[in-house]
Design a protein around this ligand. Structure first.
Ligand code: BES
Ligand code: ZN
Length: 633
C-alpha cells in the first residue's frame, strides 16, 4: 500500500508544503517530507492518495441517479494543486467502474488500478503532467457500493417513491466518488445531480427547498471540507422552515412530526455561538432519513443527516441534534487529521453537546444525559480492556490495518469528553471556555493531529494557567485515569431506588413511579438498573403496566428488549420482530442481536428475522450484524 504523509499542521499550511516541494522531486521528495518538517509527520493509513505531492482543491461531480439499476454514473472533475510538479496523481476508489480519465482539455490519459483491499478499496493512479490543472474521471458506482443505501418504495414512509442516501465517514466516500479520501485534505465541491422528476436531491451544500420539474439540481459549497463530509440524499422530500437559518427535510408524511421535535434547534445554534464563536456554514438544516439510516446522526455540513428514531414525540432525544450541530465546530471546522485522532472530532463534540444542553435546559438535565453515556463508557472500557485490543482504551488510537469504524467506541466519545470536563474542572470554566474558543478560531478549516493538539494545549492553557495535568496519561495510556471527575445525577439516584424493588415487587403499583414525570433517560436508567436476579414474571408485570415493548420510543424499547432477552421474558418477540424489520440504526441493532445470539434458539429466531430484515440495513449495520449472527451471504 502506498503511504501518504500529511504535513504537521495542515495540508494547507503552504509554507511547510512549499519548503518541501522545493527540495526534490518524485519519490525522493516523499522522504524529504518525512525528514524536513520539524513538526510531526502524519501518516494516514487509510488512504492511498499522494496528497503530500498533489491534492484536489475543488471537486465537481456531475452524476445521474439511476434507481432501476442502482447506479450513480457520470464524472468527477478534480481541480488539482500540483505544486510539487509530479506526474502521477493517486486517488482512492472502492467498487467503482472507471470508464476513462481525461486531463484539462479532454485529452485522454492512462491510469492504473492497485491491488484490491476489502477495507480500503484500491488506488487509482492517473498519469498527469506537471502543468495539469484538471483531472476528469468518468465512472459508475456498482450496485453494492458501501456508502449508498438504495431503498425501494416499500422501505420508505410514503411507500410510493424510491430513496437513496450516502454515508461517507469514515472511508466510504471512495465507494461513490473517486477522490483523495483522507480527512487530511480539504476541498470545496460543486455538483450537478439528476434524479427522477418526482424526487428532490439534497447535499451537504446549499440546498433547494422545492422540487423542480426536470429533476436537475445544482449544488455549490463555499467552505473547504474533508471528503468524508460530501453527502447526498434523494427521495420524495419536502422542506419546512424552522427559523431564519434552520429547517428540516423529510418525507411529506413525517414533516409535521419533525417540525415539532426540532422547534428548539435555532436556540441551540444561538447557545453554541455564545459558547464558542460564530457558526461558519450559513444555514443549518436537517434531513430525517428513513429508519434504515445506520447512525443516529451524521454531521454533514449545512445538512445534518438524522435517524427518525429521535422523533420521540416529546423532544426528549434532541441532544443528538446538539451533537451534530456541535460538529460544525469540532470536526467540520477543526478536523481530525487521521482516524487515529478520531477523539478530536467526537470527544470535543460530546463535551460541546453537553454544554449546549446545559445552556438550554440546565445542569441537572445535562448531567443526567452525560450519566447515561458515562455508564456506557465504564461498561465498554472494561470490555475493551479484557479483549484483544486493550490499547483501544487510549484516546490516540493505532488503527493500522483495521477498519476506522473500530475506533467508534465510547472511548473517543465519552472518555474524550470526560478528559475535557476534567480539564475544565482543573483550570476553571472561564479559562477553559476562552481556550476552546481560541482553539476553534486558531485552527478553523484545518486538520489536526493529537500531538499538535497536546502542544497547543500546553502552550495556550496549562502553561498560561500554571496548571499541571496528566494529559499524557489520558491520551496515551489504557483505561480511565483516577482523576476523572465524577458526574452524578440526583434524578438517577431516585430512579435506582425504584429499580431495586423490581425483583421482589408484588405489583407495579407498589413502586409508586411518577409515570408522567419521568423523562426518556430516567426510563432507560430504570430498565438498566433492574436487578440481575429479576424473574421473567416481573418483566411481564412491568410490560403490562408501562407497555415498554411497543412504546414507540426507540431508546426505551431497545433497552427493554435487551434486558428482556437476558431475563428470559417472552412477551417481546412480536414487537421486537417489527422493530428489527424497521430500524437499521446500528447502535440499537448491535446489542439486541448480541443478546439474542447468546441463546441458541434465540439466535435461530434472529437469523430468520435477519434474512428478511437485512435488505433494510445499510452496509455499516449489516457488516456488524453478519458477524454477530455468523451470517454468510
Ligand atoms: N460522526 C458521527 C457518526 C460516525 C462516526 C459515522 C464514525 C462514521 C464513523 C456522528 O456525529 C455521531 O457521533 N453520531 C452518533 C450520535 C451521537 C449523539 C453520539 C450516533 O450516530 O450514534
Ligand atoms: Zn459525532
Amino acid at each position: 500500500m502506498t503511504i501518504k504523509y500529511i504535513l504537521g499542521l495542515s495540508i494547507l499550511s503552504m509554507s511547510a508544503f512549499v519548503a518541501c516541494s522545493e527540495a526534490t522531486e518524485g519519490n525522493e521528495q516523499r522522504s524529504a517530507v518525512e525528514v524536513t518538517t520539524d513538526s510531526i509527520v502524519t501518516v494516514d493509513k487509510h488512504s492511498y492518495a499522494n496528497t503530500d505531492e498533489i491534492f484536489t482543491s475543488h471537486l465537481h461531480i456531475d452524476l445521474n441517479v439511476d434507481f432501476d439499476n442502482r447506479v450513480l454514473s457520470g464524472v468527477a472533475i478534480h481541480n488539482v494543486n500540483n505544486k510539487a510538479g509530479v506526474e502521477e496523481m493517486i486517488f482512492d476508489i472502492h467498487d467503482l467502474t472507471i470508464e476513462k480519465v481525461e486531463l484539462d482539455n479532454g485529452e485522454e490519459t492512462t491510469f492504473e488500478l492497485g491491488e484490491y483491499d476489502e477495507l480500503l478499496g484500491q488506488s487509482l493512479t492517473v498519469k498527469i503532467k506537471a502543468e495539469t490543472e484538471k483531472v476528469f474521471i468518468y465512472y459508475a458506482t456498482q450496485p453494492n457500493s458501501k456508502a449508498l443505501l438504495w431503498l425501494n418504495p416499500q422501505q420508505t414512509a410514503g411507500k410510493e417513491h424510491p430513496y437513496v442516501f450516502t454515508q461517507g465517514e469514515a472511508v466510504l466516500t471512495r465507494t461513490w466518488i473517486p477522490c483523495q479520501d483522507t480527512p487530511g485534505n480539504r476541498i470545496t465541491y460543486s455538483a450537478d445531480i439528476t434524479v427522477p422528476a418526482d424526487l428532490m436531491a439534497v447535499m451537504s451544500a446549499d440546498n433547494p427547498t422545492e422540487k423542480n420539474a426536470e429533476g436537475k439540481y445544482h449544488f455549490e459549497t463555499e467552505q473547504p471540507i474533508p471528503t468524508y463530509l460530501v453527502a447526498l440524499a434523494a427521495g420524495d422530500l419536502e422542506f419546512a422552515s424552522l427559523g431564519d437559518r434552520t429547517g428540516v427535510y423529510a418525507e411529506p408524511s413525517m414533516i409535521d412530526k419533525c417540525v415539532y421535535e426540532f422547534a428548539e434547534v435555532e436556540d441551540m445554534i444561538t447557545a453554541a455561538e455564545e459558547l464558542y464563536g460564530p457558526y461558519k456554514w450559513g444555514r443549518y438544516d436537517m434531513i430525517v432519513l428513513p429508519p434504515s439510516f445506520p447512525y443516529g446522526g451524521m454531521e454533514n455540513p449545512r445538512l445534518t443527516f438524522a435517524t427518525p428514531t429521535i422523533l420521540a414525540g416529546d423532544r426528549s432525544l434532541v441532544s443528538l441534534i446538539a451533537h451534530e450541530l456541535a460538529h460544525s465546530w469540532s470536526g467540520n471546522l477543526v478536523t481530525n487529521a487521521t482516524w487515529d485522532d478520531f477523539w478530536l472530532n467526537e470527544g470535543f463534540t460530546v463535551y460541546f453537546e453537553s454544554r449546549i444542553m446545559e445552556a438550554l435546559y440546565g445542569k441537572e438535565h445535562s448531567d443526567m444525559l452525560f450519566s447515561i453515556e458515562y455508564d456506557e463508557l465504564m461498561h465498554e472500557t472494561t470490555e475493551i480492556l479484557e479483549g484483544d485490543h486493550p490499547e483501544d482504551t487510549q484516546l490516540k488510537l493505532d488503527l493500522e490495518g483495521r477498519d476506522p469504524d473500530e475506533g467508534m467506541t465510547s472511548i473517543a466519545y465519552v472518555k474524550g469528553a470526560l478528559f475535557l470536563k476534567t480539564l475544565e474542572d482543573a483550570v476553571g470554566r472561564e479559562a477553559f471556555d476562552t481556550f476552546i474558543s481560541t482553539y476553534f478560531k486558531d485552527h478553523e478549516f484545518e486538520t489536526l493531529t493529537t500531538e499538535i493538539f497536546v502542544d497547543y494545549l500546553n502552550a495556550n492553557l496549562l502553561e498560561t494557567e500554571g496548571v499541571t495535568f496528566n494529559t499524557e496519561e489520558w491520551i496515551y495510556e489504557d483505561g480511565i485515569p483516577d482523576n476523572a471527575i465524577e458526574i452524578k445525577s440526583d434524578r438517577f439516584e431516585k430512579v435506582e431506588e425504584k429499580s431495586v424493588l423490581v425483583a421482589d415487587m408484588e405489583s407495579v403499583g407498589s413502586l409508586a413511579i411518577p409515570e408522567d414525570k419521568w423523562s426518556t433517560q430516567e426510563w432507560m436508567h430504570f430498565i438498566r438498573q433492574i436487578p440481575e436476579e429479576t424473574e421473567a414474571t416481573q418483566y411481564q408485570k412491568l410490560d403490562d403496566a408501562f407497555g415498554f415493548s411497543s412504546c414507540g420510543n426507540a431508546e426505551i424499547m431497545s433497552e427493554w428488549y435487551v434486558s428482556s432477552i437476558e431475563h428470559g421474558y417472552e412477551g417481546i418477540y412480536v414487537d421486537l420482530e417489527g422493530f428489527l424489520m424497521n430500524v437499521g440504526r446500528r447502535k440499537f441493532l448491535r446489542p439486541i442481536y448480541t443478546a439474542l445470539a447468546d441463546f441458541p434458539e434465540k439466535k435461530e429466531w434472529a437469523r430468520v428475522v435477519y434474512q428478511e430484515a437485512r435488505p433494510n440495513y445499510h452496509s455499516i449495520s449489516y457488516n456488524t450484524i453478519d458477524e454477530i449472527l455468523d451470517w454468510q451471504e
